[in-house]
Design a protein around this ligand. Structure first.
Ligand SMILES: Cc1cc2nc3c(=O)[nH]c(=O)nc-3n(C[C@H](O)[C@H](O)[C@H](O)COP(=O)(O)OP(=O)(O)OC[C@H]3O[C@@H](n4cnc5c(N)ncnc54)[C@H](O)[C@@H]3O)c2cc1C
Length: 444
């Protein structure tokens, strides 16, 4: 494959490294693949693809492998830029090179008493997460993570390297944040950080049989919950894994986790009271089998949700929803017996507020998001359909791009006029469609 320069052919160790993916259920079989370790290498790889007349696909961790079309015939570019994370503690900003995961970046931030509006998993890539909106356990306080982006440095299809911000290339900057990809290769993101002294985090766990009584009470609580807290309520069906605590291994449970921000030491007593306000009405109805909610350092947060640390084959469904009524709870809580998780993520608060200089996706109006996931296989495929149908009456028609994990899943991020503006900017930025395969399709 000498005509495509730095891209490596299937079978080589370099190809294997560049195509490594967290999502094992989706084949990763591009025509060639390369790991680019500098901006210069990204520029050279984009130029080589242009010369070869082949489309370029960008992947960092492969968490979302399968969200866009299959890679057949394309060249895969994995940007793992070999540069440090640069934190400016006074300005409360960080410049994060492409390729870093939140687990790698967080230690650099917390030693300055700062953190980012990061997600639940340490293995998720920073850039992919930010471009897809970014739903954080800090989100009801600070909004979608895409709103914390100050600038993005991008290698475009013509090989130019541009910085997109509110003042430079503002249209591109707007479209990059939530626009669904296909604009170029982001090589660095500058983000705003937030001060964080401690958090209250943990899990409260009940037998799943209690879910019918407790879940509506949690939903009732979400209506008046303060923005300092963001939670997730899940039905988890866990394997009999000896590494899990006995109250989880091999059990089907109701699992309530999340975080409360305590920006300064003085905020901690109020944060404790917020957790008490969450748990009191639930524990009054049913004694939990475990309750680990407690003060913790901010770096503990990516472990609260117990996302899988290693690559897995998974299949999921998701959507932004309205509140459930009694009939909805009855259907949803017993659906999907083979799935690992059926989750309701609490939105509202700052999730619903527009970002200052917000991008194509800067808020969610819906109060809740559902997400259901299982190990890929026939049972899971059936259950995914069943769970989606249980949520059907409550779907808003909109989806959170970061939680769309299959090309087949109906998805829609925004209104038609926003979509039209994104498409126009994409055409202006990449007129030959070099990155067009990377676009997650909007198929309302
Ligand atoms: C276990 C798990 C936990 C998760 N938790 C959360 C969560 O709490 N909150 C949340 O919002 N999301 C969460 N997600 C979803 C995750 O944020 C998205 O899948 C996100 O797109 C992953 O980005 P990535 O770079 O890691 O993945 P990739 O699959 O590598 O990238 C996804 C897409 O992002 C784009 N992209 C990535 N890097 C670049 C780049 N440098 N330049 C241009 N485009 C790029 C590409 O279009 C690519 O197709 C989770 C996913 C998993 C599997």
């Amino acid at each position: 494959m000498s005509d495509i320069g730095p891209y490596h052919s299937p079978g080589s160790p370099e190809y294997a490294e560049a195509t490594a993916s967290f999502q094992l259920a989706v084949p990763v079989e591009p025509a060639g693949a390369v790991t680019a370790r500098s901006v210069g290498e990204v520029v050279a790889a984009v130029a080589a693809a242009r010369r070869a007349g082949r489309p370029v696909r960008v992947s960092t961790t492969g968490h979302a492998m399968g969200r866009a079309a299959p890679l057949t015939g394309a060249l895969l570019l994995r940007p793992l830029i070999d540069a440090p994370v640069r934190v400016d503690p006074q300005a409360r900003t960080a410049r994060v090179p492409a390729g870093r995961t939140w687990g790698e970046v967080l230690p650099e931030l917390v030693r300055h008493g700062l953190t980012a509006v990061h997600g639940s998993s340490p293995t998720v890539g920073v850039i992919g997460y930010l471009l897809g909106g970014g739903i954080s356990f800090y989100g009801r306080r600070f909004g979608l993570a895409a709103n914390s982006v100050r600038s993005l440095t991008v290698v475009l299809a013509d090989g130019s390297v541009v910085e997109a911000s509110a003042t430079e290339q503002p249209e591109l900057f707007w479209a990059l944040r939530g626009g669904g990809g296909g604009f170029g290769v982001v090589v660095e993101a500058e983000i705003t950080l937030v001060p964080m002294h401690r958090i209250m985090t943990g899990m409260a766990v009940w037998d799943a049989a209690e879910a019918h009584r407790l879940a509506p009470v949690w939903q009732e609580w979400t209506r008046t919950a303060p923005p300092e807290i963001t939670t997730s309520l899940r039905i988890l069906s866990l394997p009999p894994d000896p590494h899990l605590p006995p109250f989880l291994a091999g059990r089907r449970v109701l699992f309530l986790d999340g975080a409360v921000t305590a920006t300064t030491e003085a905020d901690l007593p109020a944060a404790r009271r917020i957790v008490d306000g969450l748990l009191a009405p639930l524990t009054a109805l049913a004694e939990p089998v475990a309750d680990t909610w407690a003060p913790a350092p901010p770096e503990a947060l990516p472990h609260t949700h117990m996302d899988p640390p290693q690559p897995v084959p998974f299949r999921s469904t998701s959507g932004l929803i309205t509140e459930l009524d009694a009939a909805g709870w009855a259907k949803v809580l017993d659906a999907g017996p083979h799935l690992l998780a059926i989750e309701l993520r609490q939105l509202g608060g700052a999730f619903a507020e527009p970002g200052a200089d917000g991008g194509a996706l800067d808020r969610f109006a819906a109060p809740l998001m559902y997400y259901a996931v299982g190990v890929a296989g026939e049972d899971t495929a059936r259950d995914v359909v069943a769970v989606r149908s249980a949520f059907e009456p409550y779907l808003t028609g909109l989806t959170a791009p970061n939680f769309v994990e299959s090309y087949e899943q109906p998805q829609r991020t925004y209104a038609d006029e926003v979509h039209a503006r994104v498409e126009r900017i994409r055409r202006d930025t990449d007129p030959t469609g070099l990155f067009a395969g990377d676009v997650a399709p909007v198929r309302a």
